[in-house]
Write a protein that binds this ligand. Structure first.
Ligand SMILES: [Zn+2]
Length: 553
């Protein structure tokens, strides 16, 4: 796409010379589907700098110009042109889950089936309300390329070999989760009658969440955004800065807006998604009483039902600002039970798979709750998806995938339909993994090391060049030494590399396998032998071009 940018620049210059030339020179874009036929497809995305609009389980959606198509054909890659004149359209991924919905899309003349339940809908650019039924979840295609943030799945299976040891502070947090408290949050949100994103009632609900965060002593803020040209809404953020490494951010979130078949006047949205927001508020209530190494953000997103606009705004701003997000726990519908015992479904893409493993462990040990990991790049219909688009690990916790709640997006989605025991358990599980990732401060332990950085370099050896990683960190006078840990999967199964604690502030590792990903943390060891929490994680991954990238996402 660098070519395309240069071309546009040339068009602008020519356009300035003679306006009439402009239309004849503007090159149309095609929206194509490129099949994930094998590992080579990942390399070709980078080599041709393709403008990737969406990743799905079996394919990529790509905005391609004529040169891109020629190159793909020449290299023998399988693709299909879905639409021409893509620069004049707005596209949405749409999930069709019933025969009526599929019939509607087939008859619309603007849709094509991509895979499974996923369709592509294309309407004229700037259309404020695409004529789609309210029941159908949708996601606009990202406006800018996902290419820099794509992560080729690792060849190493992502499973947890060992559970993190149980933590006393997390026991206290989990014990504090109260069924009456979360139910009252749901009833409070439901009392606004509707939280349809374009209504004043929805805005009033946002204000109540803001005041709740403020009342807890968190840094509360609104993040306003506009969507579909004419509308506006705002995300509500409560922030608890980390004590040791505040630029590392752990997020728990859920959308506070709702919808129904009478959305303008009545959309109680108890399960969808007062339940998720209630858990976010419960997390804020309980975690605000303790200190953590890393920053925790409690976020209620707006305008999710219109197309994930609040989370998309947040994730793209976070990426531009270089925010370091460790992981995102997105809760959407965590209180309804269709069959006892209910388990919690955890939806992740390959990059985020570790997060499901960690939540699964936390759910088992802190909440006695069974959960099910579902790894797919195709489940894009909640606020985790815009974080995937920007290369951040994010998880969706949901009662059932596919959905079984008969009150979904109806005026009957009310608090009395929720199952108290399951709602408490799913909230406990979510808070436990959140607190684990943020790492409770323990004054009895050595201080958590800060400033861990990684630099990948090529070092000349006698007969060959050797790739190596150099880790450095900030010296802490209270530490007697440091331990180095490594894993082939993020945030799981770290193995200690040194036999005795290191006394310096750097560590170099050579001869790493360029086909594998590596993840590192360090700890500080006190003079009495006690060991600190883990530092932030630094990674070295084989990226889509086959080269290494070091540092952090
Ligand atoms: Zn929802």
């Amino acid at each position: 796409m660098r070519r395309a940018k240069l071309f546009l620049f040339a068009v602008l210059i020519l356009g300035a010379l003679g306006g009439a030339w402009l239309s004849s020179f503007s090159q149309p874009f095609h929206l194509i589907r490129l099949e994930k036929t094998g590992p080579a497809v990942w390399g070709i995305l980078s080599r041709f700098e393709l403008d990737v609009a969406q990743e799905l389980e079996t394919l990529f959606l790509v905005r391609a110009d004529a040169d891109d198509l020629t190159a793909l054909r020449r290299e023998g890659f399988r693709f299909t042109v879905l639409d021409r004149g893509a620069e004049r359209k707005d596209y949405y991924l749409v999930a069709a889950r019933s025969a009526e919905e599929r019939d509607f899309l087939s008859a619309s003349g603007r849709s094509v089936l991509l895979e499974g339940e996923t369709w592509l809908y294309g309407g004229p650019r700037g259309e404020p309300s695409p004529p789609l039924p309210a029941t159908m979840p949708l996601k606009p295609l990202a406006a800018t390329s996902l290419l820099p943030y794509l992560h080729r799945p690792s060849s190493i299976p992502v499973t947890a070999a060992t559970a993190p040891s149980r933590n006393g502070t997390i026991d206290l947090i989990v014990a504090g989760v109260n069924g009456g408290s979360i139910k009252s949050f749901v009833e409070g949100l439901q009392s606004y009658q509707t939280r349809y994103a374009t209504t004043a009632n929805c805005d009033a609900a946002a204000e109540s969440i803001y005041q709740f965060f403020q009342g807890l002593g968190l840094r509360a803020s609104y993040a306003p955004f506009t969507f579909r040209t004419t509308y506006s809404s705002r995300n509500v953020i409560g922030e608890k800065p980390g004590l040791r490494q505040p630029e590392e951010v752990v997020i728990i979130c859920g959308h506070y807006d709702s919808t129904s078949n009478q959305a303008a006047t009545l959309a109680p949205g108890a399960d969808d998604n007062a339940s998720g927001v209630a858990a976010v508020m419960e997390a804020a209530r309980l975690l605000s009483r303790f200190d953590f190494d890393f920053t925790v953000k409690f976020i209620a997103f707006g305008a999710e039902e219109f197309g994930l606009y609040g989370s998309a705004d947040y994730a793209s701003r976070a990426r531009s600002a270089g925010e370091r997000i460790v992981g995102v726990v997105n809760l959407d519908m965590i209180g309804y039970v269709d069959a006892v015992p209910e388990d919690l479904d955890l939806i992740v893409n390959p990059l985020s798979e570790w997060l499901a493993e960690r939540l699964k462990l936390a759910a088992g040990s802190y909440a006695g709750l069974t959960s099910r990991k579902i790894v797919t790049a195709s489940a894009n219909y909640s606020d985790h998806a815009p974080f995937w688009d920007r290369g951040y690990p994010a998880l969706l916790a949901i009662e059932d995938q596919p959905l079984h709640n008969p009150y979904y997006h109806k005026t009957t989605d009310t608090a009395d339909k929720l199952n108290d025991a399951f709602f408490v358990a799913s909230t406990r599980a979510s808070l436990a993994v959140l607190a684990e990732l943020a790492q409770p401060s323990d004054p009895a332990l050595p201080k958590t090391p800060v400033g861990l950085e990684g630099r990948v370099g090529t070092y000349s050896a006698l007969f060959s060049a050797v790739r190596a990683l150099r880790l450095t960190w900030t010296a802490d006078p209270s530490a007697a030494g440091y331990n180095i840990y490594r894993s082939l999967t993020s945030h799981l199964n770290y193995q200690k590399l040194n036999s005795v604690p290191l006394t310096g502030t750097s560590f170099t590792e050579r001869l790493l396998d360029p086909a594998l990903d590596y993840y590192y943390v360090i700890t500080a060891v006190g003079s009495g032998g006690g060991e600190s929490n883990f530092s932030r994680e630094i990674w070295v991954v084989a990226d889509t071009t086959g080269f290494w990238a070091g540092g952090q996402r």
